[in-house]
Write a protein that binds this ligand. Sequence first.
Ligand code: AHR
Length: 523
Amino acid sequence: MKRFIVCFAVMFFLCIQTNLFPQDFVNALVIHADKGQDTISRHIYSHFSEHLGHCIYEGLWVGEKSDIPNIRGIRKDVTTALKEMGIPSLRWPGGCFADEYHWKNGIGPKETRPAMINSNWGAVTEDNSFGTHEFLDLCEQIKCEPIITGNLGSGSVEEMSQWVEYINSDNISPITDLRKKNRREKAWHVKFWGLGNESWGCGGNMNPDYYFNLANRYSTFCRDYGDNKLFRIASGASDVNFDWTETFMRMWAAKPEGTRNNVNGLSLHYYTVCHDWNQKGSATKFDKSEMALTLYKTLQMDDFINKHSAIMDKYDPQKKVALIVDEWGDWFDVEPGTNPGFLFQQNTLRDALVAGINLNIFNNHCDRVKMANIAQLANVLQSVILTRGKDLVLTPTYYIFKMYKAHQDALMLPYELSCADLKYDTLTMKALSVSASKDKSGKIHISLVNLDIEKKQVVECRMTGKIPVSVKGEIVTSKEMNAYNDFGKSPLIKAEKFEGAKLNNGKLNIEMPPLSVVVLEVD
Ligand code: AHR
């Protein structure tokens, strides 16, 4: 008996070593190509630019006199990259900065614009050389829709009301005359309008009921001009602040139908930090357990959206108010040697996975989530672009947005996934994150993230209502999880052709390397 047990143990060990037992758990994915109902708003792929560190100044704006190639002061390399990536809309001027910003200081001849202290971000002097005209010029250059967050924290109702009039009215008035004097004849017709930012914190430390009343008051005086109907976004909760959403939506539901249109969206902010706010961790120097923790915490976005949406469903079952995730992304320690108030961080493969997971979550919640803005566009937090002088780096996150572009305005497809569990220390999570959509031409796009740090994941994908005849794809991955794209070096991480998807009797067999993001196009 003893000899038999020893023999069996040796054989078992040999089998494992020589791969005689099939080692790969096959994840089963069924995509319902015939059951889509909701469209993935392209605004889920939006970005955020704040007067913070080198996001605006140096990142986007270098001024007309700069020897960095520019059009009316806006960097040409940046606008080219953003157009290729696909940027549907851009939020500005903050963030916390928005509730201290006085728009009239940012118009007219530059030499007469008053300066201010940017007290939220490094207490640097803001010279207001980038203002309304420059921002809207940027949006026109990159062909994206502007999202302007008005100052509800320290600005007056009159000030916000006049800003909307200045931007959107084609009537004759002292305010529109001022715009014309500043060399803009026609109104811009901006649609997305924010009513303050983080009003529970940097935007004024308010209670939700006080904010609700104030937001309605400001909103009333932000007029619709001509055919342009404003889409008004109220300042919402941060991660687990369910009480804010509850109070706001209860008060919204109690209002007479005719005044409910004062609010079309309620925001949610959630940032992924590695450990906690006191220990955010390095953006580039992290180990496997920090990688796992970051991915685990990113997946919590799904939980937060589920819970905030459930509250909204209770008061607004017809989904008249959208959930707008207008700040999200990784927030790590600043790069050593940089200004702590400028929030400059590098961007690795880990950020690429965080972007892929979040975008899948938003796609899957597109019935309620109508917009999301990653923080921030350039040189701040999880950026798609980093700049240093004339140099520009496209980060791993940039390539995720570019690959996922296919989902913009496509029909979200429901799916079922039977998926391996991953266990890291005390954490358990699913190995895969998935979303799928059908575009107007009938092509199906499937985006998959393999969260497994060690192993490849094999997926067998079946579709209902569609027999796939061709498949191609792109992948972002690296053997080094800490790899990043650096100035003056060719990029270590970018989108590459994916060879791991094969058609097999009407099914797709997909083999994804560890820590990878794949987007497939299936015809
Ligand atoms: O994105 C950086 C800051 O994070 C924003 O200004 C603020 O809204 C949030 O707390």
